[in-house]
Design a binder for this molecule. Structure first.
Ligand code: SAH
Length: 258
């Protein structure tokens, strides 16, 4: 299979998880962006129920906990290895009374209708699709509850073929900011804010730490063809970002259920 035809979905899930569990974040983001998104949310109190879907090893879960005065946070991820790492962090930061990590799927949630105050999801809703996720999650939120998600989005109406083809293969639901906002509104939310995540969320916080993680991983799996192909895919993603970052990036969308 050539690199061009391959998507991340074709690689061995266990290997991908092992690789990403060595990184602080599993997707682009930053503490500042999490705090900025949180600044648009005004309903958090003692009894609030917050969930963080596709939390990974929980970089943003800890930031959420440290920047909300109260309320419980349930962080959910499909992969037990990530949840183990998050649960270690919860103990390290002494957040056991407010935060718990559990294994589960964001498209099969075990909550009551109208139960949640805030649904958070950074760089993860793409796993089930932006529209599907926003529509499915809506019923779990109270009236006046919020959803805050970051999602890959086009910044321009048109874009070079090379980057269009890459994303069309990786995540065909990538769309313009205007269309994502319309989708959020159609799913029953007032879109209270959207903002583009700064470059550093990708460069300093994601691609730079990946360099040493990739080196260590290649050493550990010397001669393993599928590891080599996976790492090449990751490198290709980084160089495409460098070349085409004017055309796309991650955007935070914050919606309020009405
Ligand atoms: N929010 C984290 C991780 C983003 S990567 C961060 O920004 O660092 C996407 C995450 O979604 C991964 O941790 C992956 O394991 C998780 N994931 C994939 N499919 C999922 C599903 N169906 N339900 C819950 N989590 C899922």
């Amino acid at each position: 299979m050539s690199n061009e035809e391959q998507t991340i979905h074709d690689f061995d899930v266990a290997l991908i998880c092992e690789y990403f569990s060595t990184m602080e974040r599993q997707g682009p983001g930053s503490e500042e962006s999490t705090i900025k998104a949180l600044s648009f949310i005004d309903n958090i109190s003692e009894n609030s129920k917050i969930v963080d879907l596709g939390c990974g090893t929980g970089a943003q879960t800890i930031v959420l906990a440290q920047n909300t005065v109260a309320g419980s946070i349930t962080a959910i991820d499909l992969f037990p290895g990530f949840i183990d790492k998050l649960n270690d962090k919860i103990i390290k930061y002494n957040l056991q009374d407010r935060v718990q990590g559990i294994v589960g799927s964001m498209d099969n949630l075990d909550f009551q209708e109208n139960e949640l105050d805030l649904i958070w999801s950074e760089g993860a809703i793409y796993n089930i699709g932006f529209e599907k996720g926003l529509n499915y999650w809506n019923k779990f939120l109270k009236k006046g509850g919020y959803v805050a998600v970051s999602e890959a989005s086009w910044f321009t109406e048109e874009r070079p073929k090379e980057i269009f083809d890459f994303w069309n293969n990786a995540y065909p639901e990538i769309d313009t900011i205007a269309n994502k906002i319309a989708q959020m509104q159609k799913a029953g939310y007032v879109v209270v804010a959207s903002f583009i995540l700064p470059d550093v969320c990708w460069t300093d916080n994601f691609f730079k730490p990946a360099v040493s993680a990739q080196k260590a991983f290649l050493e550990k799996y010397k001669g393993n063809k599928s590891v080599e192909e996976f790492i090449n895919y990751e490198k290709c993603e980084a160089s495409l970002y460098d070349k085409y970052k004017d055309y796309y990036g991650y955007v935070f969308y914050i919606g309020k259920k009405i």
